[in-house]
Design a protein around this ligand. Structure first.
Ligand code: ADP
Ligand code: MG
Length: 292
């Protein structure tokens, strides 16, 4: 490997908004066989909005939304922002909460006005012993529509299903086509539920989906993809992505991502446009052709 070609390559990349941490990163990116993409904030905009709220018999939708949104004022998760925004837009008053807690990758709970309010994924309800059977068909339908269904329970009883939808970035479909044109496999890794993940993957022509992954399960997911396809480039934006960015042969942090993500990455993109990933791969391959 000639230092000059690598310097020229990294300089050219910087002009395209792609920052390689070092020459090794430039060399290894072109050898990736599979691109593993985080879903929320990477494939999608990362700003979900509330789309549906279906209550269980005996519950009022405005009451449930006000209670759930009160709890979500304490969370920084994007789905929390979606729920709080919807409640405020409806002019609902959000009560004070106490005893708030987060179960990472699962959901949140708190006391609101003397009641226990929990909201989160199906697996969180299962863990808490809440029976979700009456709204399961609803959840399946919402997931097939590429929406994320969240269950809400009040005092241990299922109260509602709330769906949020996070739009795919307009640049994503073209970027995935370009990855396929480079002969790469494209995979999605997400904590979101399987049906939602598969609906989005189907829209985008993604080859492999790893869904319902807890934050510390992303590394195991990468090992599985490596065993199936070979060297992995992982692309992510979030704080939870740091271990995966470090574990992949090449970790790519996308612009608008967190400082933690950028520090753990081998490659940083200045923008959120995934076409930057394919530009970087093409450039890496071209650089290595000149060298080898
Ligand atoms: P991802 O970043 O892929 O969305 P997370 O691990 O952050 O994965 O979240 C996984 C799932 O946990 C979410 O899809 C949601 O069902 C649930 N969850 C996490 N935080 C919250 C929250 N504040 N309110 C409701 N549900 C939540
Ligand atoms: Mg993310």
């Amino acid at each position: 490997a000639t230092p000059t070609s690598i310097m020229v390559g990294t300089g050219r990349a910087a002009e395209l908004g792609v920052l390689f941490r070092n020459g090794e990163a430039l060399q290894s990116l072109g050898d990736a066989r599979v691109i593993a993409l985080d879903k929320t904030g990477t494939l999608t905009v990362g700003k979900p909005a509330l789309t549906d709220l279906d209550v269980a018999p005996g519950f009022d939708s405005a009451d449930v939304l006000a209670l759930v949104a009160a709890v979500e004022t304490q969370s920084e998760h994007p789905v929390a922002t979606a729920i709080v925004t919807a409640a405020r837009e409806q002019g609902l008053t959000l009560a004070q909460v106490s005893d708030f807690s987060t179960e990472v990758g699962m959901g949140v709970k708190a006391r609101v006005g003397g009641r226990d309010v929990t909201v989160g994924a199906a697996r969180y309800m299962t863990q808490l012993g809440v029976d979700v059977a009456t709204l399961e068909a609803d959840a399946a339908r919402l997931g097939a529509e590429a929406k994320t269904p969240l269950y809400a329970a009040i005092d241990g009883r299922l109260a509602a299903i709330i769906a949020v939808a996070d739009p795919v970035r307009p640049t994503t479909p073209r970027a995935i086509q370009a990855m396929h044109a480079l002969g790469l496999k494209v995979a999605m890794i997400t904590g979101d539920n399987r049906r939602t993940a598969e609906a989005i993957a189907a829209q985008l022509g993604i080859d492999d989906v790893v869904a319902e992954v807890l934050p510390d399960g992303k590394v195991a997911a990468l090992n599985r993809l490596r065993a199936s396809y070979g060297a992995v480039a992982f692309v992510g934006d979030g704080i939870n992505d740091a271990p995966a960015l470090a574990e992949a042969e090449v970790g790519v942090a996308i612009g608008t991502g967190s400082d933690v993500a950028i520090e753990s990455a081998d490659v940083a993109l200045m923008s959120g446009d995934l076409t930057g990933v394919t530009n970087a791969i093409a450039l890496s391959r071209a650089t290595m052709r000149n060298i080898r």
